[in-house]
Design a protein around this ligand. Sequence first.
Ligand SMILES: *Cc1c(COP(=O)(O)O)cnc(C)c1O
Length: 219
Amino acid sequence: MIRENVQKLLAELPPGVLLVAAAKGRTPQEILEAIEAGVQIIGENYVQEAERAFSVIGRRAQWHMIGHLQRNKAKKAVEIFDMIETLDSVKLAAELEKHCARLKRVMPVLIEINSGREPQKSGVFPEDAEALIREVSQFPHLKVLGLMTMGPRFGNPEDARPYFQETKRLFDRLKALNIPNVEMKYLSMGMSNTYTIALEEGANIVRIGTKIFGERLEE
Ligand SMILES: *Cc1c(COP(=O)(O)O)cnc(C)c1O
């Protein structure tokens, strides 16, 4: 099933759109099946889980951090991930900078936008994104490449559209600022039930779990 799901998705996505297979709760075997079917990027929510999968799969795929990253996991994270999609504070940026400098590597990052302005959720509020990006742009070993958002969860996927629209407007506005050391290139929005809407609203990275791997038993 995983193979068919991936092939169908890849055939359906417009050119230039990156598919991230959201792999939380999946076994390395399932992830490998997705890779063999053509998935090139694996999204992980937890550093520990990523470590386990990475030890089996290694660089046969690229690895994106798509969950909230705790500062005490930054060291391990920079060893595994090719992109951190969820940067949302200067403190976390400083920690990532330190470890990337040590490894002499530049880490691509997306700024996570809390487009629903939900207090308990991670991400910066849209109005705080510019200030954060200006600070992160000062770190020589981090490279801001765009924005990521989850948006609130709804029963009806169509309800997510305004949050994707707002994030796209923000993306365009930030891009027009031409901030040095910032390249507004990627907009990561949309999951299994919302990715078609996200694509209509300008996403060029979609993060898909269920539609590839099937229903999760637990969150
Ligand atoms: C789980 C997850 C996804 C994918 O969700 P599905 O509904 O299974 O497609 C996308 N992004 C993030 C950040 C996730 O945690």
